[in-house]
Write a protein that binds this ligand. Structure first.
Ligand code: FES
Length: 110
């Protein structure tokens, strides 16, 4: 039986949305099942669309897995500005260390 943690999405207007996230799911899947606007996830998590882009400024160092070369390349194609904290949320697995982590949704995703 999977456990859950709390993930927080911050919208462009600063509003924060707290949702329950199942461990083992991706941050993108968590956003989609909770109808979080701004995470389009057009490719369904295949790392080929970059419409699940998030900024991870408020995530503690060392919590996220290393970025793969494919994710790195895809982030260059994201519609919104790429920043040092940019990640594709479909490539981030939810685990206990992400409890209360904040993911900021970029200004434009498509
Ligand atoms: S959902 Fe398409 S790259 Fe993440």
């Amino acid at each position: 039986m999977s456990e859950s943690v709390t993930i927080i999405f911050e919208k462009r207007d600063g509003e924060r949305i707290e949702v329950a996230a199942r461990t083992g799911a991706s941050v993108m899947e968590t956003a989609v099942v909770n109808n979080v606007a701004g995470i389009e996830a057009e490719c369904g998590g295949s790392c080929i669309c970059a419409t699940c882009h998030v900024y991870c400024d408020h995530v503690a160092d060392g919590v996220l897995d290393e970025m793969s070369p494919i994710e790195d390349d895809m982030l260059d194609l994201a519609a919104a500005e790429r920043r040092p904290s940019s990640r594709l949320s479909c490539q981030i697995r939810v685990g206990p260390a992400l409890d209360r982590a904040v993911f900021v949704i970029p200004e434009a995703q498509f």
